[in-house]
Design a protein around this ligand. Structure first.
Ligand SMILES: C[S@@+](CC[C@H](N)C(=O)[O-])C[C@H]1O[C@@H](n2cnc3c(N)ncnc32)[C@H](O)[C@@H]1O
Length: 287
């Protein structure tokens, strides 16, 4: 099958990113998950349908999809990182969910089963080395006239909780020219361009790509301290700090002060709520 261009990203998701996502579980699933709710509200799966959840992470969206399709339907979550799949299996089983299953799959390279009537993804499609190959594989797993519905981040300027944090950290900490750390692949904003992604979908064999902009406030921390910790751990600012290593450690007090300054603008009585913006994208397989 040739060289696996996703190998480094998969290692990152299965190690450092799994650990960070576990630490900030509540923010990444419930907080950012508001965009997943927007996705399902606009593209509800049919009762009795078989649905695929691409890059399912902890599988909370998969189990929600399983509940939506009911006992006659089935939801299958796939993720390339075995630790996410183990966690998803454990949580679904503890919750007594019977119609959700989880499999370790590199969505770009491995068969996904099917046929499914719907494929969903909440922030799970932005990390492929070859997005067209991965989308083509998803199309292959869908039934004729099946629907892909995915949510991806729009441009970083409209996600200031990430963008301003990155700018402020870059002003303090230089990105190392060389490093040995594993990274997550193309990155969270790789599908922000609607022109590019609509071409990718068409090249992958989908038809009728549609894009809806969804702007929502999201909760990125219960208080300022947690939002700063989150900003220092995940997203482009977190990635830069991780790669910079000792230099970042030395600048830690200045970084904390800069991020407190950015996030203070979003502090409310019930947590830190930042503006955020995504595309809810849909496309269908030929009928
Ligand atoms: C930002 S997380 C989103 C997880 C989950 N959908 C959510 O919203 O909480 C991206 C997920 O995509 C998975 N992923 C990355 N590359 C993948 C690949 N090539 N095949 C399958 N999953 C992949 C990661 O392991 C990770 O769980």
């Amino acid at each position: 099958m040739g060289t696996n261009g996703n190998a480094e990203a998969i290692e990152a998701w299965n190690t450092v990113l799994f650990e960070k996502f576990s630490r900030f579980r509540e923010i990444v699933t419930t907080g950012l998950g508001a965009h997943g709710q927007a996705l399902i509200a606009r593209h509800p799966p049919r009762s009795g349908a078989r649905v695929l959840d691409v890059g399912c992470g902890f599988g909370d969206l998969t189990t929600e999809l399983a509940a939506r399709v009911g006992g006659a339907g089935q939801a299958v979550g796939v993720d390339a990182a075995a630790r996410f799949v183990d966690a998803a299996r454990g949580e679904a089983s503890a919750a007594g969910v019977r119609n959700a299953t989880f499999e370790v799959r590199d969505v770009e390279r491995e068969p996904l089963g099917g046929p499914f009537q719907h494929a969903f993804s909440r922030f799970g499609t932005m990390f492929f080395a070859s997005p067209v190959a991965a989308l083509r594989n998803v199309a292959r797993a869908l039934a004729p006239d099946g629907e892909l519905a995915m949510v991806v981040w729009r441009r970083r300027e409209d996600n200031p909780w990430v963008h301003l944090a990155e700018e402020r950290v870059r002003a303090l900490v230089a990105e190392p020219e060389e490093h040995r750390a594993v990274t997550c692949g193309p990155g969270p904003f790789s599908m922000a361009g609607a022109d590019l992604v609509s071409d990718q979908l068409l090249a992958a064999g989908f038809r009728d790509p549609r894009f809806e902009r969804v702007d929502l406030p999201i909760r990125i921390g219960r208080d300022l301290d947690q939002a700063v910790e989150f900003g220092m751990a995940l997203g482009p600012a977190g990635e830069l700090l991780r790669l910079a290593g000792a230099e970042a450690d030395a600048k830690r007090p200045a970084v904390i002060a800069a991020l407190r300054d950015v996030f203070a603008a979003y502090l409310r009585d019930d947590g830190v709520w930042a503006p955020s913006s995504t595309w809810v994208i849909s496309a269908r397989t030929p009928g």
